[in-house]
Structure formats: C-alpha cells, structure tokens
Design a protein around this ligand. Structure first.
Ligand code: SF4
Ligand code: SF4
Length: 67
C-alpha cells in the first residue's frame, strides 16, 4: 500500500483550471470558481493530481493517523 497522503494546494500558484479535478480517479478534488477543495475521504493517494498540475501547485503531506 502506498503511503496515505493529504493533498495540499498552494493558492498563490493555483489558477483554478480544474485539471487536477479532471484527472482524479475518485473525484477527491473539486474546483469551483471560489476555490479548490480536497475531499480526504475519497483520496486513494495515487498522486496523479500532483503530477498533472501544470503549475506545480499541489504537493503531498503524510496523512497523520489522527486526522
Ligand atoms: S492523490 Fe489521487 S485520489 Fe488523491 S486527490 Fe490526487 S488524484 Fe485524487
Ligand atoms: S491543476 Fe493545478 S492550477 Fe489547475 S486547479 Fe488543480 S491545483 Fe489549481
């Protein structure tokens, strides 16, 4: 099993293009006109979104057991 991660966004870089939401296989990211949202319960830690962002706005943090 890959390490469980939490995906975080750098809001200074993200321009809300929706690309990450489009490639996420489990719809764990939602991009609205008002902002970027991560749904931890749906994420399977595949990291596809992180590699897909054209401006490198996404990064992974280890998911603490208590979170
Ligand atoms: S790591 Fe995978 S499952 Fe989690 S938000 Fe990114 S694309 Fe979706
Ligand atoms: S792909 Fe990158 S720039 Fe586009 S919405 Fe996702 S985090 Fe923001």
């Amino acid at each position: 099993m890959p390490e469980k991660i939490k995906v975080v966004v750098n809001e200074d870089r993200c321009y809300l293009c929706g690309g990450c939401a489009g490639v996420c296989p489990t719809l764990a990211i939602e991009v609205h006109s008002t902002g970027w949202e991560f749904l931890q319960d749906k994420c399977i830690s595949c990291r596809i979104c992180i590699n897909a962002c054209p401006v490198g706005a996404l990064s992974a943090k280890p998911l603490e057991v208590s979170e």
